[in-house]
Design a protein around this ligand. Structure first.
Ligand SMILES: CC(C)(COP(=O)(O)OP(=O)(O)OC[C@H]1O[C@@H](n2cnc3c(N)ncnc32)[C@H](O)[C@@H]1OP(=O)(O)O)[C@@H](O)C(=O)NCCC(=O)NCCS
Length: 176
């Protein structure tokens, strides 16, 4: 299994994943292809988003790909926290292809994303989930999450918040 960055090489696989995901809101939303005229247009927009243009803070997106070049999960890593991310979004968002769930891939992609966070120098990683997302809470706990106080998201739903210390020293949970 490996993490790869979105590029034209993955267009077909990405589209197949989105099709399998169906009409539910894509998680993470940065992998949604809705509203783009072409895959190139999506990649251009993603590039802007990743470099932290406009409303976006810098982030990096990865697909988790198996040996048969099938995308099984997706993750985005936000390099910093603003107020919204501090309260509900967190540093990392991930989703697993519906047909690939309950095989340990979310646990794996979060572990691999934490390695990327280490390389970025993030010392304390915030990962969140909806109160009713039992699977995601298990994934975060399996990766060493320590629960902090919950917050209400914009839909008035309770968001559980967990910190994962990466042992780089210091304290890096400040908002930008
Ligand atoms: C939540 C989600 C990421 C879990 O992915 P996954 O690959 O199935 O998770 P894993 O296989 O690593 O499972 C980890 C644990 O959670 C459990 N689990 C997974 N989905 C579950 C569910 N729907 N209900 C209860 N437990 C669940 C697994 O059985 C496993 O438990 P175990 O460690 O006791 O064996 C996936 O269902 C998904 O993509 N959901 C939609 C998007 C989403 O919610 N993303 C997370 C946003 S915070």
């Amino acid at each position: 299994m490996r993490l790869v960055r979105p590029s034209e090489e993955w267009e077909r696989e990405h589209k197949a994943y989105v099709e399998e995901w169906g009409p539910d809101r894509m998680v993470p939303s940065s992998f949604s292809l809705a509203g783009f005229d072409s895959y190139d247009a999506y990649l251009v927009e993603l590039g802007k988003r990743e470099s932290g243009t406009g409303q976006w803070l810098p982030c990096t997106n990865y697909f988790l790909v198996n040996d048969r070049k099938r995308i099984v999960a997706m993750v985005d890593i936000r390099h910093e926290l603003n107020d919204h991310l501090y309260r509900v979004g967190g540093h990392i968002g991930y989703g697993v292809r519906p047909s690939e769930r309950k095989k340990g891939y979310a646990t794996l992609i979060l572990a691999m994303a934490l390695e990327k966070c280490k390389e970025l120098g993030i010392e304390k990683v915030l990962v969140t989930c909806d109160e009713d997302n039992i699977g995601s809470a298990k994934v975060i706990l399996a990766n060493g999450g320590i629960e902090d106080k919950p917050e209400l998201n914009t839909d008035e739903k309770v968001t559980r918040r967990f910190w994962i210390a990466l042992g780089n020293g210091g304290d890096n949970d400040a908002r930008s």
